[in-house]
Design a protein around this ligand. Sequence first.
Ligand code: AMP
Length: 285
Amino acid sequence: MRIFHTPAEMQQAALTLRRVGRRIGFVPTMGFLHEGHRSLIRLAHQHSNVVVVSLFVNPTQFGPTEDLDRYPRDLAHDEKLCRLEKTGILFCPKAEDIYQPRHSVYVTEESLSRGLCGASRPGHFRGVATVVAKLFNMVQPHVAVFGEKDAQQLRVIRRMVRDLNFPVEIVSGPTVREPDGLAMSSRNANLSPEERRQALCLRRALDRAETLAAGGERSTETLRNAMLEVIRHSPLARVDYVDLVDEETLEPVSRIEKPVLAALAVFVGPTRLIDNTVLKPAEPA
Ligand code: AMP
């Protein structure tokens, strides 16, 4: 495994790999890798013959009061895990190499990023789209892999690739969960034991919506209220949003007529967690 720290080294290696006919698979991450990231690296191997993993906690996607400084980091662990997964190149740039002084060009997506996390984290998707566009230029991937756990991010990236004609195929991987159902997240490391227990309310709320929808409930207001009711039982949980939106457009919908994304963000103590599921209209009995 080769390790690069600068965009120039990374880009040069990528251009050389392309010249000799290698197919580059790319998994962008913020590090503190877990089984969810590992599953994406494995998926990248299925679609390429050299995998690049980036570790970069991107400052431009964090708001001024958010957890940039508290974001967990462990480079030695990440390096070990990438070796285990037969990563070809590990790219871990420094923020000052990614953002030059007086950086002034950004990528903004103006539709899908309005609601959900975009509404509660202004500027977040501008930071995400900008860094992913920059990383694509550095890594020159044929295919890039993203997790369905970040459902809105996945859609924003697909739209960016379509609308800006990036020659990159986007592949998505399902959410990997702890045995009790909590979606794996680097931020789970910041939970106290009691917060960790109560963090299960996200998955429980999604389970409740899935059960009701499978039983024929189509009103998104009823489903949303049922989800909120589940979360109310966890006193350390504070809802940021619980929304049911069209799976493609991310516009709010009142009834499940086509696939609906049920997405939520909940603070458990100081830690903000997200999760989602897609609800389909129940087959008539
Ligand atoms: P992050 O390091 O949290 O920025 O995530 C890097 C990539 O891993 C993103 O594409 C995420 O959607 C994906 N990811 C994060 N958590 C999971 C998970 N539990 N299962 C699958 N993919 C995940």
